[in-house]
Design a binder for this molecule. Structure first.
Ligand SMILES: [Mg+2]
Length: 168
């Protein structure tokens, strides 16, 4: 299923090679929130992730793109001084498309980092922007995510076994 294939795959979000992405022409780095940069039942960024995001903001425009509610997303976004979009409704593209157009960033210089195939990666592919699939920060998910995760795990493990994902 090509629509669910990320451009790159890496287990740990903090291991993303920012200079490599820069060389690939990436200018806008978007991060999903839950289980990509924070654990689903916490609103604190862990030190390692915080440092990574600060480093990223020196080199890229960093945005947080989440399906979660404004109150939760804004709190995390503020700690790293990032613009954000809440209630995005990924994999639907309407709101993210409008957001990216407003930032003049609906193009090949944008990249979305996320932990879910059925929301983040599908959404990025529909908008024809590049993506990085990461492993979730923890095994626990928001209730709303559990069915997607069940399906995601099966697709992902098969793809990894077959070597379909390009490692970053
Ligand atoms: Mg997520």
């Amino acid at each position: 299923m090509r629509l669910l294939n990320p451009t790159w795959y890496i287990e740990d979000v903090c291991s993303i090679d920012l200079d490599y992405l820069k060389n690939q022409g990436v200018k806008v780095l978007m991060f999903d929130l839950d289980n990509t940069i924070v654990k689903p039942y916490s609103s604190d960024l862990e030190k390692e992730v915080y440092d990574f995001l600060l480093e990223a903001s020196k080199k890229f425009d960093v945005y947080i793109i989440s399906n979660n509610k404004d109150a939760r997303v804004s709190k995390v976004a503020k700690t790293v001084n990032a613009s954000y979009l809440a209630s995005t409704r990924k994999p639907f593209t309407k709101r993210l498309k409008r957001f990216l157009l407003s930032k003049n960033a609906l193009n090949e210089s944008s990249l979305l980092v996320g932990d879910q195939l059925l929301t983040d990666i599908w959404c990025a592919n529909k908008l024809k922007i590049r993506s990085i699939l990461v492993e979730p920060l923890e095994n626990r998910d928001l209730v709303i995510t559990r069915l997607n995760r069940f399906i995601d795990k099966r697709i992902r493990s098969r793809a990894i076994k077959r070597g379909l994902y390009k490692k970053l």
